[in-house]
Ligand binder design. Sequence first.
Ligand code: NI
Length: 158
Amino acid sequence: MAIRKIRTMGDKILTKKCRQVEEVTPRIRQLVEDMLDTMYDACGVGLAAPQVGILKRIVVIDVGEGPLVLINPVITQTSGEQTGEEGCLSLPGKSGVVTRPNLVTVKAWNENMEEITVTGEGLLARAICHECDHLEGIMYVEHVEGEIHDVEYDSEEE
Ligand code: NI
């Protein structure tokens, strides 16, 4: 188990676009394991590689249904709309209201380089959008409607 340091807003790495993963090597698998450990340790529901300082297109998500690993994710379909609170492990203790699609389909590799297609609704759809944004160097604060505010109790952070 290895916990990596989570970069916080203000760190330039969070504004950079990530590179495609060409092959899932043992090193990439280790990174994925560490990202999961880091996400669970921080009680988050999602984490993207740039948040641990790696500019690769990898995200991990767990909205309570078990770990989901998405390598080179591409959102292929979205529908509907949801408006709600969103947070980020790179901006601890804060949240803001963001509107996202309510249904999202994403195509990616899993950690075994197998192509997978996942359709998520509600929180999972939100997490997929949020994490894919990180790969483009975009933080959720760019989408926030109104003010970023302090979280008063433990909520999910991505
Ligand atoms: Ni985030």
